[in-house]
Design a protein around this ligand. Structure first.
Ligand code: TEU
Ligand code: CA
Length: 576
C-alpha cells in the first residue's frame, strides 16, 4: 500500500476521550476456570458505559504460552483459548461499538514468544529464512554470553541456542526473544498483522515498549559490557536498548503503511522517553502516534541509579512529582499530546502508592483522580482504580504469580542473600501483582470475579470495597470518577486549557490552573494527611467562581484567600 490521497482526516476526539484499561485475566471470568475472559468482558460493559469511558485498551488476548501473561505472543492472529474464541472477540467488539466505546488492542512487537512460528524456524539454523527475524550474537570467550547486560526480569539478556551455536537477545524473559526490526520483512509482517486487526474493526493500538524496536547499536556490532553499578554482577541493560536512531523512521513507516489508512487511536509505551521524544512522536503533523506513555513520574519513588532498580524504595517528594508532571505538560502543550496515568497492570495501586489506603482511602483516591484528570492529556483508568482498589500484601511469595516478582525474589533472596523480609516489603510496595488481583464486582464469593478457583488470590478487602457497593453509594470513588469523566466531556478548558503550576515549592499541595480564553480552572489537591493552608493567588482573587467538583462538602461562600485544606482534600473551581 502507498500513502494514498484518500487517507481519512485525523480525528482528534481522543483528546477529549478517557481510556479504560482491561487486564483480561483479572477482569471477569465467565466459565469458572478461574481466568478472566472475553465473554466476561462483554458481560460487564454496563460498568464501563456507566462510568462514561470512550475507549478500552485491552491487554493482550492473543495465543500465548503466558510466560508474561500474554506479553509473549505465539500467534498474532489468534485468540488464546483461555480467553475465548475469535467469535467471542468479534461479539465483544460489536458490543463495545454498540455502546460507542472504541477498542485499542495491545501490540507487542518488540519481541514475540519463543513459541511463535518465526522463532521456532529461526532457531533451527543460521540459514533459515526466519533466522534474521531475531537478534543473534556469537558466544564470548569460553562460550560465555556476549556481554554483561541484565534483562528486565533478571538474568542475562542473552540466551543460548544450541542448534545454531549462538545467543539470542531478550530484553525481558528468555521466552520473549527480541525481533530484529532492521529486517524489512519483520516490519512488513508487523504491518500486515496490524491491518488484520484494523480490518476486523478495532480502533487502534497501545504499543508495548515501542521505543525499543530500534536498538541504539548497529545490527552487526559487538556489544561492550555495561559500566558496573554493582561489581561482579550483571548490569542493567534496559537503557542501552531503547531509542535507537531508526525509531522515528520505523514509526513514520508504520504510519504511512498502516495507520494513515484507518481512523485510529494510538499510544506508544516508551520507558526512558524524554519530552523531546514525546514531541517528536506525538506531534499531530510530523509524529506517528497520538500519545506516549512516559515513565518519569513512575520512577520518583525509587532510588535513582540504584542496582536494585524499582525495588530500591524511596519516599515520593511531591515537589519532584509536580516538576515532572509540569515538565511534560509544558513541553507537549501545542506540540504533542500527553497520556495521563498513575496506574496500569505493571504498577502498584495509586491509592496505596501516592495516597492513603487506610483511613483516607476514599478521599485520597478521589484526590489523585482530580489531580490527574484535570491535567492536559488523555486520562487512563486502570480496572479497579475507579473503585479505589488497593495494593495486596500476600505473606508468602508462593501467592505471587508475576514473573518479574518471582524472579526478583529468587535472585535477591537465594542468589544474593538479601534479607527476605526486606525483599518482601519491596514486593508489597512495587509488585506488578498489586494491580493484577481480580476485579471486585461484589461482596459475594471471589468478589463475583469467578465461580471457580481464581488464578491469583483476591485482595481480602473486597467485602467492603467492590463495584456493587460503589454503584449504590453516590459518594463512592466510582461516582466521583464518573463525574470527572463527564466534566472532561463538557468543558473544553479541561481538554485544551493552558496549564500553569502554582506553588511549585509546596511539599503537600499540588495546585494548578488551566486557562482557555477568559475561563480559568483552578485545581487544588492536598497530597497529605495534614491540613496545610492554601492561599488563592492575588490575580485570581477578584474572579467569580463555581465549584466543579470536590471530595469533601464545601461551603459555597468560603473565603479562598486562605483556606485550610482537609486531609487529601481536592477541589476544582471554574473562575471567570
Ligand atoms: O512493560 C515494559 C516496561 O518497561 C515496564 O513497565 C516493565 O514491565 C517494568 O519495568 C517492570 O517493572 C511492557 C508491559 O507493559 C509489561 O507488562 C511486559 O511485561 C513488558 O512490556 C514486556 O512485554
Ligand atoms: Ca474463564
Amino acid at each position: 500500500m502507498t500513502a494514498s490521497a484518500q487517507a481519512p482526516a485525523p480525528r482528534r476526539d481522543w483528546q477529549r476521550s478517557v481510556v479504560y484499561q482491561i487486564y483480561p485475566r483479572s477482569f471477569c471470568d465467565s466459565n469458572g476456570d478461574g481466568i478472566g475472559d472475553l465473554k466476561g468482558i462483554t458481560s460487564r460493559l454496563d460498568h464501563l458505559q456507566q462510568l462514561g469511558v470512550d475507549v478500552v485498551w485491552l491487554s493482550p488476548v492473543y495465543s500465548s504460552p503466558q510466560d508474561d501473561n500474554g506479553y509473549d505472543i505465539s500467534d498474532y492472529r489468534a485468540i488464546a483459548p483461555e480467553f475465548g474464541s475469535m467469535a467471542d472477540f468479534e461479539e465483544m467488539l460489536a458490543a463495545m461499538h454498540a455502546r460507542g466505546i472504541r477498542l485499542m488492542m495491545d501490540l507487542v512487537v518488540n519481541h514475540s514468544s519463543d513459541e511463535h512460528a518465526w522463532f521456532q524456524e529461526a532457531r533451527k539454523s543460521r540459514d533459515n529464512p526466519c533466522h534474521d527475524y531475531y537478534i543473534w550474537r556469537e558466544p564470548g570467550p569460553d562460550g560465555a554470553p556476549p556481554n554483561n547486560w541484565e534483562a528486565a526480569f533478571q538474568g542475562s539478556v542473552w540466551a543460548w541456542n544450541e542448534a545454531t551455536g549462538e545467543y539470542y537477545l531478550h530484553m525481558f524473559s528468555p521466552r520473549q526473544p527480541d525481533l530484529n526490526w532492521e529486517n524489512p520483512r519483520v516490519r512488513q509482517e508487523v504491518h500486515a498483522l496490524m491491518r488484520f486487526w484494523l480490518d476486523k474493526g478495532v480502533d487502534g493500538f497501545r504499543m508495548d515498549v515501542i521505543n525499543m524496536i530500534s536498538k541504539p547499536w548497529r545490527a552487526d556490532s559487538s556489544l561492550p559490557d555495561a559500566p558496573a553499578v554493582r561489581e561482579g554482577f550483571l548490569q542493567p541493560g534496559f537503557a542501552l536498548s531503547c531509542n535507537g536512531p531508526r525509531l522515528l523512521e520505523f514509526l513514520a513507516e508504520m504510519r504511512r503503511e498502516v495507520l494513515d489508512h484507518y481512523d485510529t487511536i494510538t499510544v506508544g509505551e516508551a520507558p526512558m522517553a524524554t519530552t523531546r521524544q514525546g514531541v517528536q512522536i506525538t506531534n499531530p503533523q510530523s509524529g506517528a502516534l497520538d500519545m506516549l506513555f512516559q515513565f518519569e513520574h513512575m520512577d520518583l519513588d525509587s532510588q535513582p541509579g540504584h542496582p536494585d532498580g524499582k525495588w530500591a524504595l524511596k519516599p515520593l517528594d511531591l515537589r519532584e512529582f509536580k516538576a515532572t508532571m509540569s515538565r511534560w505538560q509544558d513541553a507537549l502543550a501545542g506540540q504533542g499530546w500527553n497520556s495521563l496515568y498513575l496506574s496500569n497492570h505493571d504498577q502498584p495501586r495509586p491509592v496505596s502508592r501516592f495516597g492513603d489506603d487506610g483511613a483516607y482511602r476514599v478521599a485520597s483516591a478521589k484526590m489523585l483522580a482530580t489531580c490527574l484528570h484535570l491535567l492536559q492529556g488523555t486520562p487512563y483508568v486502570y480496572q479497579g482504580e475507579e473503585l479505589g482498589m488497593t495494593n495486596v500484601r500476600f505473606e508468602s511469595i508462593d501467592d505471587y504469580r508475576d514473573i518479574e516478582t518471582l524472579n526478583r525474589y529468587r535472585v535477591a533472596v537465594h542468589e544474593r542473600g538479601q534479607d527476605p523480609a526486606q525483599v518482601m516489603a519491596a514486593i508489597h510496595a512495587k509488585s506488578r501483582d498489586n494491580a493484577r488481583t481480580p476485579m471486585h464486582w461484589s461482596a459475594g464469593p471471589n468478589a463475583g470475579f469467578t465461580g471457580g478457583r481464581p488464578w491469583i488470590a483476591l485482595n481480602p478487602n473486597f467485602h467492603e470495597l467492590n463495584a456493587e457497593q460503589a454503584l449504590a453509594d453516590p459518594d463512592s470513588v466510582f461516582h466521583y470518577y464518573r463525574r470527572l469523566i463527564a466534566l472532561r466531556h463538557a468543558h473544553p478548558v479541561i481538554v485544551h486549557g493552558r496549564y500553569d503550576l502554582l506553588l511549585p515549592g509546596h511539599t503537600e499541595i499540588y495546585a494548578y490552573t488551566r486557562s482557555l480564553a477568559h475561563e480559568h480552572l483552578l485545581v487544588v489537591c492536598n497530597f497529605s494527611a495534614q491540613t496545610p493552608r492554601f492561599a488563592l493567588p492575588p490575580e485570581l482573587q477578584a474572579s467569580e467562581r463555581r465549584l466543579l467538583i470536590a471530595n469533601y462538602p464545601v461551603d459555597a461562600g468560603e473565603d479562598l484567600r486562605s483556606l485550610s485544606l482537609r486531609p487529601y482534600e481536592a477541589r476544582a473551581y471554574l473562575l471567570n
